[in-house]
Design a protein around this ligand. Structure first.
Ligand SMILES: *Cc1c(COP(=O)(O)O)cnc(C)c1O
Length: 472
């Protein structure tokens, strides 16, 4: 059939809208939106035809019907989905694409309380006076870490931006070439610095930076010396990095503030074998650094936020920067953050899921994995080989590249069928399940699965395995 005739078979917008398969989905408030979707979809089909793509004609060659079904599918996808629950069986604790830190029950309740009505966000109820929204959290952070003061913004990228902008908007910030990192694709330090400071002085080389390099930057007019946690990579071999304390000394000698973008936000040392070799925020404050910043939703275990700790005068300058208004955190986040900080204050670490996941004993995970695999085995003998093996979980979130945590994984090897297909199937369920795939097997790490979720995970896997078995 020639192109002109094919194009003539494209239906009118009205015809698509009145088809009962679509019209039942239309409400008064969605009519305009669905009409837009219909127009967009007809245009897509027209373009496809013009490009010679005949597959859009649908199986029966009924293009109108294909368009109706396509739009109906899109509408159902909207209505069926705000965000979907995901069971994270990957063992990556701070999985950025899954929303990083999981919050504990009491923190959830505090956020719900703030959401359900009015709260004393910026008012002192005793005096009726207006107060800073972050006052309570800042006070707790100071008392917990020994910092003079704290400022809170909506993520750590904003914290870096605000701090550098406040101290070097018309001056220069010095940073080592070995620390010009990119984290998760959307945080590129060089880009943030070039937008927040008038001038960026790159110091040293990729693998080696010495104190004399920073000294040169000082001579060159640096207004701020910035050190950045390398977070998600290591430089090994012929390397040199200037320790924070030496940098602090240089800063003090020259009257230039030193800031450390620590990123991960481990408030106190966890001791033991977890997160070895990582300095805590409290220890970093003890080094005399002028400012340190980190994410609230990484190791701290709170909702998304960025926290800057440091000397009162510098923090006050940041509060007075007009950008602070654009970067301020909302009441829900603040309510959650305050509760997390109270958990630290009260020593209730078991109420902070991120810390619980990091600290979970391998023996306990081993036991859970054993029970889990036994249960699956009983159901799927013959269709899959299921056992447990040694493996590793990771902290993730672009934090602490040197640290992996020993774990015990449930390994599922299908007798027939590809692990990728099994993993796709699990991901497309509700709740969605994310697993690791390696070689011919699928791996489940229960470290990041709560006790409450374990039953759901089991059901999802049983369902997935059943479906695979049917299809093969
Ligand atoms: C994670 C991280 C950031 C970005 O923080 P967000 O809260 O994701 O904006 C910046 N710097 C370092 C060192 C980090 O680890």
């Amino acid at each position: 059939m020639n192109l002109q005739l094919l194009l003539k078979r494209l239906p009118s917008v009205e015809k698509v809208l009145t088809d009962t398969r679509l019209s039942v989905l239309i409400t008064p408030s969605s009519r305009k939106g669905i009409t837009r979707l219909v127009r967009e979809t007809i245009d897509e089909y027209r373009c496809a035809l013009l490009e010679g793509d005949k597959t859009v004609l649908g199986k029966e060659g009924d293009i109108a019907s294909a368009i109706v079904m396509d739009v109906a599918g899109k509408v159902k996808k909207f209505t069926g989905s705000v965000s979907r629950k995901v069971i994270n069986a990957t063992g990556v604790i701070l999985y950025t694409n899954l929303g990083r830190a999981v919050l504990g029950k009491q923190v959830q309740a505090e956020i719900a309380k703030a959401a359900s009505g009015y709260i004393d966000l910026e008012i002192d109820l005793e005096t009726g006076q207006r107060i800073k929204r972050e006052g309570r959290a800042a006070r707790l952070l100071s008392l917990l870490t020994g910092a003079q003061d704290a400022h809170i913004v909506n993520n750590n990228a904003a914290a870096v931006f605000l701090a550098v902008n406040t101290l070097a908007a018309s001056g220069a910030v010095a940073v080592s070439r070995g620390e010009l990192v990119e984290i998760g694709g959307s945080f590129r330090l060089p880009d943030i610095l070039s937008k927040s400071a008038r001038r960026v002085i790159e110091v040293g080389t990729t693998n080696r930076t010495h104190i004399r390099d920073y000294q040169e930057a000082v001579t060159d007019g640096a207004d701020l010396l910035l050190k950045v946690h390398k977070s998600n990579y290591n430089i090994t071999g012929y390397t040199n990095e200037v320790p924070l304390r030496e940098l602090v000394e240089l800063g003090k000698k020259n009257g230039i503030p030193v800031m450390y973008d620590q990123g991960g936000g481990l408030l106190f040392s966890l001791g033991k074998d977890a997160i070895s070799g990582e300095e805590s925020i409290a220890e970093i404050i003890g080094s005399g650094v002028d400012l340190v910043c980190f994410s609230a939703d990484k190791m701290l275990g709170a909702p998304q936020g960025g926290i800057i700790l440091g000397s009162s005068d510098l923090i006050e300058r940041m509060r007075n920067n007009h950008l602070s208004r654009a970067l301020r955190i909302d009441k829900l986040t603040l309510a959650g953050l305050e509760k997390v900080l109270f958990h630290y204050w009260a020593g209730e670490m078991e109420s902070i899921p991120v810390l619980e996941m990091v600290a979970a004993k391998t023996d306990k995970i081993k036991k859970r994995a054993g029970n889990f695999s036994k249960l699956l085995k009983e159901k799927f003998d013959g269709k899959a080989t299921i056992n447990t093996i040694n493996g590793e979980s990771s902290v993730g979130g672009g934090t602490f590249p040197n640290n992996s945590l020993r774990s015990e994984l449930v390994k599922i090897t299908l007798t027939e069928g590809e692990p990728e297909r099994f993993s796709n199937m699990l991901r497309n369920q509700d709740p969605a399940v994310l697993v690791r795939v390696k070689g011919d097997s699928v791996f489940i790490d229960l470290r990041t699965v709560s006790d409450d979720e374990e039953k759901l995970l089991q059901e999802a896997i049983v369902k997935g395995l059943g479906n695979i078995a049917k299809r093969e």
